[in-house]
Ligand binder design. Structure first.
Ligand code: G6P
Length: 607
């Protein structure tokens, strides 16, 4: 979604802003712009379209070493040059970029119109510039603070005033903002990837905090003007991790990274001697862990499907009743919070508004909510009552791949830990540990067979409807596979329990609707095979992801993608990789932008 970058320093600001915006592209956007301060004047350049389109209209060698930039993902007002940020007030004194949504903007805009203000855009953001300009009495920081008291909603803002050259004020309430500290230069960004090539020293602003920056100084304060001393943190990511490293797309790179990213999620956390796991960040004593009676997981998108795998593992192996719910639904259902229930908020970005707000609502009701996040220092990571980082490294492609396998890795570890405290024997625990440790190598063999999956993608890319069918642990994997195909190829795909097709979706089956079946060699195999036969009997095409050597499946299916035989408990890992590759190659066949699919955003910071 929208991205912010700001720069105060000695270098040409336009170059740094454009580079930062380029790095924020992955979040999803539809227009972009910058404002550079040039001899006490503001030069605003903005445009609908991509950063490369913006670059075309930014003059080479544009002077000025202070500026702000933005990528906009439209919420209020259509996608056009006018609605792109930065926005100015009508005196031209104040210029700003804004992430988030101002809920009471209509009332404020009406009042400002009555007072004679004129507006250039249809956005909620522009009213903030007007308010700051009208409240300004020689101190931008104070005017921003006063404005904040009038705004309802979420915002991360970077703002400049003509009378305070070389200065940017940033403010955060619900939309992330981070300060980057360099030598004689300071950066502001909504996301560390925008500034990682310049500095690793950062300060994360909390909600209701402001920062005033110049090239050589920064001051953080709260809404009551109290100065706050904040800890400088070090970004743990390397620059190479946010670059394509020889791959054509981030998505391909991230799919292929999974043997290593899974290893990073599990290594150092498995305890072979105890056939269990260590998860330091839970902030809970063994006694507290033993007292958990129920587990409830909230998440959105791919993280939701990872949560579903987690709930299945926890219930079936650790014998703790566990459910996963869509965070967006939990927030508004007035959830019942029970004292012995442990809650998890799963979010790669740690910024998804639905998940964050559900977490806050649960916490308000007294719940202990642990976070399972990738982005260190993200809002969910910081506001949760403890948690586990998945350590996948930055995930740039909008469609999530490696985060999914790392999220489920954390659930495998959690299951081991909680199950070994309960019914799971040492021997059974060790069997899971063994299977888990072999996963990265097995994934390598599946990745090595990608040519075949590419051929299948070519063969099937002309179809416009797909069913993805699985059962048990692989039911949620089928849902995730369907989501991947939808997200990046724009082909309609439904994920279903294979058992459920007879209750409805079988009506869709004909020669134009292929079904992709996940067929493990566990107790559900025969039932899934029966479902495959039902589809074949109705002239439906069948692609199966099955265990090497399963001749019965081979005889029924039109096409088979083989995966190595393993302990069935880890099949979600092995089943999801072919589905990611299938979606990826299908999207390539159809010439889609795999990294930045239309209308989607990486981190959805609005409800
Ligand atoms: C967006 C992204 C998805 C992601 C979902 C949840 O919809 O496009 O890829 O799965 O948000 O994101 P989170 O960061 O909370 O895991």
């Amino acid at each position: 979604m929208c991205g912010i970058v700001g720069y105060c320093g000695v270098a040409p600001a336009s170059k740094i802003l454009l580079e930062g915006l380029k790095r924020l592209e992955y979040r999803g956007y539809d227009s972009a712009g910058i404002c550079v301060e040039e001899k006490s004047d503001f030069k605003v350049i903005k445009r609908k379209g991509k950063i490369k389109d913006l670059k075309e209209i930014v003059p080479d060698g544009l002077p000025g070493s202070t500026g702000i930039g933005h990528t906009r993902w439209a919420t209020h007002g259509e996608v056009n040059d006018r609605n792109a940020h930065p926005h100015m007030d009508d005196t031209g004194k104040v210029v700003l970029v804004h992430n988030g949504i101002i809920e009471n903007y209509q009332g404020i805009k009406k009042r400002l119109l009555d007072e004679g203000h004129t507006f250039q855009s249809d956005t909620d953001s522009e009213i903030i510039a007007h308010l700051i300009a009208s409240l300004y009495q020689g101190d931008l920081e104070e005017a921003v603070r006063q404005t904040a008291f009038l705004l309802k909603g979420t915002y991360g803002i970077a703002v400049m005033h003509k009378d305070e050259p070389g200065t940017i004020v940033g403010i955060r309430n619900g939309s992330p903002l981070v300060l980057g500290i360099g030598e004689h230069e300071m950066f502001l960004a909504s996301d560390v990837t925008a500034i990682l090539s310049h500095t690793k020293q950062v300060i994360y602003l909390e909600d209701k905090e402001l920062v005033k920056v110049t090239a050589d100084s920064y001051k953080t304060s709260d809404f009551n003007s109290n100065e706050i001393r904040k800890t400088i943190e070090n970004i743990g990511w390397e620059l190479e991790q946010i670059e394509k490293g020889g791959f054509e797309s981030f998505m391909e790179k991230e799919i292929y990274e999974q043997p290593e990213s899974i290893l990073r999620a599990i290594q150092g956390r498995i305890d072979r001697d105890g056939a269990t796991a260590h998860l330091g960040g839970l902030n809970m004593t063994p006694r507290q862990l033993l007292n958990i009676k129920r587990i409830s997981i909230v998440a959105a998108g791919t993280s939701y499907y990872a949560g579903m795998v987690g709930a299945f593992l926890l219930e079936s192996i650790a014998r703790i009743p566990a459910t996963t719910e869509l965070a967006s639904e939990v927030r508004y259902k007035n959830p019942v919070v029970e004292p012995d229930t442990l809650y998890f908020a799963v979010s790669q970005s740690g910024e998804t508004a639905d998940t964050l707000y559900a977490m806050r609502e649960l916490q308000r009701k007294g719940a202990r909510v642990l976070g399972i996040c990738n982005v260190v220092g993200s809002t969910i990571a910081r506001e949760s009552d403890g948690g586990v980082y998945i350590h996948s490294g930055p995930e740039i492609a909008v469609a999530s791949t490696k985060a999914f396998t790392s999220q489920i890795s954390v659930f495998y570890l959690l299951t081991l830990l909680l199950a070994r405290m309960r019914h799971l024997s040492f021997e059974e625990g060790l069997r899971i540990v063994d299977a888990l440790e072999k996963v990265p190598e097995m994934i390598k063999t599946i990745l090595a067979s990608s040519k075949h999956i590419r051929e299948l993608a070519r063969k099937y890319s002309r179809y416009t409807n797909f069913l993805f069918l699985g059962r048990g642990l692989n039911y949620s994997v089928a849902m995730e596979g369907a989501l991947k195909l939808k997200e990046i190829s724009y082909i309609h795909a439904e994920g279903y329990s294979a058992a459920e097709i007879k209750h409805g979706p079988i009506a869709l089956i004909n020669e134009e609707t292929p079904s992709l079946f996940l067929v493990p060699n566990d107790k559900l195999r025969d039932k899934v095979i029966n479902n495959m036969k039902e589809v074949k009997a109705r002239a439906g095409k069948v692609i199966a992801v099955a265990i090497e050597g399963d001749q019965e499946v081979e005889a029924i299916a039109d096409d088979v993608i083989w995966i190595p035989s393993s302990n069935p408990v880890v099949y979600p890992y092995l089943m999801v990789i072919p589905l990611q590759l299938f979606a990826f190659y299908t999207a390539l066949e159809l010439d889609r932008n795999v990294d930045q699919p239309r209308n989607l955003a990486k981190s959805v910071t609005v409800e």
